[in-house]
Design a protein around this ligand. Sequence first.
Ligand code: MTE
Ligand code: MO
Length: 351
Amino acid sequence: MIVLTPRPVQLETPFSVFDKSVFTPNDEFFVRWHLSGVPTSVDGDAHRIFVMGTVGRRLTLSVDDLRHTFEPVEIAAVNQCSGNSRGFFDPRVAGGQWTNGAMGNARWKGVRLRDILDRAGLSAGTKQIRFAGLDTAPFKETPLFVKALDVDIARGDDVIVAYEMNGRPLPLLNGFPARLIVPGWYSTYWMKMLSRIEAIDHVEDNFWMKTAYRIPDTPNNSVAPTDKGYATIPINRMRVRSFVTNIADGAHLVAGPQLVRGIAFDGGSGIAKVDYSLDGGTTWLPTTLGPDYGKYSFRQWSGPFRPRTGIPYKIACRATAVDGATQTSTPTWMPAGYQRNIIETYAVTAG
Ligand SMILES: Nc1nc2c(c(=O)[nH]1)N[C@H]1C(S)=C(S)[C@@H](COP(=O)(O)O)O[C@H]1N2
Ligand SMILES: [Mo]
């Protein structure tokens, strides 16, 4: 893992990991925490999730209750930090200087948040559901990491409280013993070490909702570095992206027939197609898509490549989602460094 900061712990997945399998192994999955007070051990049996607020009855749930008193569901979904690839922003912006490895794809098993909310019985005036975990702040003035979703999003078919990742209990750093999964949405909402689910009759306005994790409410959510005074909205669904996984930028390949392969994903409409180019995007060719693990998963793709000695190639890939969205050919910019989804290019030679 690439260590961005040890405290709070932030670890990036080396990009070659994404070529090994469509699901990212638990022990190579990126890690991101905001506050330094991350528990170094959690008793999974003693842990409780408190369901409270504007509900008919409060609930206190153990992981055992989740496993045995709700219908289990499993869903493949990409967990991607809003700031994935922030290190490539130009002009540079403050925040974790991730390259492209602040993402991963896993099979998440748990129970529907809606089933939990229905058991508690939401009151008519409920506007949002807010979530908190076990991590704590170094100073009492530091706002606790609390995130909120509009009630219709929280009640969506695919939003789950997960206790397993790729068939194993969640690793501690990825939120043991239970975390929220909001497929298609940037993972700032995917509360780890989930301990509180609270229904509220207003829109949450703590620092993490009102100030942080907001995007310009402008075309493409893009602004110029000099722009001021534009409206913002909370970050939400992920933009469509694709990457080559088996060839790195600057690689020198053995000449002869081989494959270019990679991954693509979007905010939950699914991948319709991935095209690739060997001349930096002047001409495009179709790729063959790999197995479909569902609309929130990485989708693998591949296409043939027969590089010849002495010719500089510029490989590019461009995914198109089922909803018609595609990737940008020029980078979008915003001060927080979120939502990068430019068409990636890889300069290679062979010999
Ligand atoms: N309790 C808690 N949950 C959290 C966070 C956090 O700081 N504390 N960070 C969020 C953000 S911004 C990201 S990118 C993801 C990272 O998930 P991972 O560490 O499992 O990769 O966790 C989310 N859930
Ligand atoms: Mo994040």
